[in-house]
Write a protein that binds this ligand. Structure first.
Ligand code: UDP
Length: 474
């Protein structure tokens, strides 16, 4: 039974059409619905049909959650017909067209706001116009950041420090942060017309965040307390840390249904993992958007062979002949992998990741230490968090920020890959300490989302505050 009451809070969720943003936003919408809030997720037709399974069970159990669709203006924005998600884009030249299409969603979105009159808009950081829309309708906009507080603090610090105008120093300490964080210039985007455009977008996002009611963060206080305090006290911004939101998916079926349809039968993956020893398997996945060059893939394949560690590798395409050579030693998933299900399996003892925040947090939640292989975006920040702040992973040794596609050539030779894999997957002292630390963080994550835990309490406080707002405005 749906329990719509006169004063029921109604929240619109507007995710960016990219899996790294849609998946956690849908989890957030489900968390709100589980607390009696009417949650409406606004997206485009194909994205809604791919993601609808994620909410089917909630709807069946009577929660007030649904999708509303608006058309995606691919053609109008100069994109090939059929593209609706960043995942559909195979060439970086279309990124700005994709941004244009997202911009064009404002009008149809506003029509829906007019029609359904939500009380709040939770919109992705990459949709800065949502603040204008919220302003027009006199309701709050809350920004959803796909990333962690540490990374947001680094961005702000770099923004005021402007390392590129500080002479020719190749490496520097990011100023004003609770920890000493060393970065090198090569870990930041080089100046180019694309990155300048991106910097302008980031500036718009920042302004929009400053005008927003606050931010929802997929993290938990105990994971990054110093940065939660820095964000609030030094940066003066309001945030509700309500994660890890992936813990909303307790059931095996629901875990396997996050994002796209899994390209493998979950039972095959689980029974393959069941045949391996505890903590013995390395899982490798570079997220939903980053691409790795073919030459680099060959180097990874050789590194995996030489390290002799069993692995599950989500990758497409693969170096020729590799699949035959690794029969029995590794499982290749040439499509969408049920990532959370894999990470949660006791046989998985390491994760080589591109450091997208969802992947990092999902690994920490599962108690799995990491090998970091950042490509672009804020992934180099997340790498610092993993290796220097939480100290639950090791760097493979990527030195350079690459726009979206790490296609230049081979950035990491197989020797480095073997070294990192053996270092993490061995029984050595350093690996054991990392494993202990990540297990402790995993326990804290579970506690945070339980009744009385920090994330649980933060969500209660946010919903109560928003409810008070509607009462005073009606
Ligand atoms: N993911 C998945 N299967 C895949 C690839 C990705 O389930 O084959 C999920 C992953 O669990 C995470 C999200 O997609 O929730 C990727 O987000 P992340 O921030 O790690 O990286 P992005 O794809 O945004 O670069």
């Amino acid at each position: 039974m749906k329990s719509e009451t006169h004063n029921q809070l109604h929240v619109f969720f507007l995710p960016l059409m990219a899996y790294g943003h849609m998946i956690p936003t849908i989890d957030v919408a489900r968390l709100f619905a589980a607390r009696g809030v009417k949650s409406t997720i606004i997206t485009t037709p194909r994205n809604a049909s791919t993601s609808s399974k994620a909410i089917d069970r909630d709807r069946l159990s009577g929660l007030d959650i649904d999708f509303r669709v608006i058309p995606f203006p691919a053609k109008e924005a100069g994109l090939p017909q059929g593209i609706e998600n960043l995942d559909d884009i195979t060439s970086p030249e279309f990124i700005s067209n994709f941004g244009k299409a997202v911009q064009m969603l404002q009008l149809p979105f506003e029509k829906l706001v007019q029609e359904l009159r939500p009380n709040v808009i939770v919109a992705d950081m990459f949709i800065p116009w949502a603040v204008e829309t919220a302003g027009k309708f006199g309701i709050p906009r809350i920004v959803f950041h796909g990333t962690c507080l540490f990374s947001l603090c680094v961005f702000e610090s770099l923004r005021s420090f402007q390392p590129d105008i500080n002479g020719k120093r190749m490496s520097f300490s990011v100023p004003g942060l609770p920890d000493k964080i060393e970065m090198s210039m090569s870990e930041l985007p080089e100046k180019s017309s694309t990155t300048t455009q991106f910097a302008e977008v980031m500036e718009r996002i920042r302004e929009s965040e400053l005008q927003s009611y606050g931010a929802i963060i997929n993290s938990f206080y105990e994971l990054e307390p110093a940065y939660a305090n820095h964000y609030a006290k030094v940066m003066g911004r309001k945030a509700w840390k309500i994660g890890p939101v992936s813990l909303q998916n307790e059931d095996t079926v629901v875990k396997a249904q996050r994002g796209k349809n899994s390209s493998v039968d979950q039972h095959c993956v689980l029974s393959w993992l069941d045949s391996k020893k505890i903590n013995s398997v390395l899982y490798i996945c570079f997220g939903s958007v980053s691409r790795i060059s073919n030459d680099q893939l060959v180097e990874i394949a050789m590194g995996l062979e030489d390290s002799e560690v069993p692995f599950v590798w989500k990758q497409m395409p693969l170096p020729e002949g590799f699949e035959d050579r690794i029969k029995g030693k590794g499982l290749i998933i040439t499509g969408w992998a049920p990532q959370v299900l894999i990470l949660d399996h006791p046989a998985v003892g390491g994760f080589m990741t591109h450091c997208g925040w969802n992947s990092v947090l999902e690994a920490i939640t599962a108690g799995v230490p990491l090998i970091t292989w950042p490509v672009f975006g804020e992934q180099f920040h997340n790498q610092k968090f993993v290796t220097k702040v939480a100290r639950v992973g090791i760097q493979v040794g990527v030195e350079k920020w690459n726009f979206w596609i790490d296609a230049k050539n081979v950035s990491v030779k197989k020797e480095k890959i073997v070294k990192a894999v053996i270092q993490l997957m061995s029984d050595g002292e350093e690996a054991a300490q990392m494993r202990n630390r990540v297990k402790q963080l995993s326990e804290m994550a579970f506690t945070a989302v339980k009744e009385g835990g920090s994330s649980y309490t933060n969500l209660t406080a946010l919903i109560e505050e928003l409810q008070v707002n509607i009462k005073t405005s009606t």
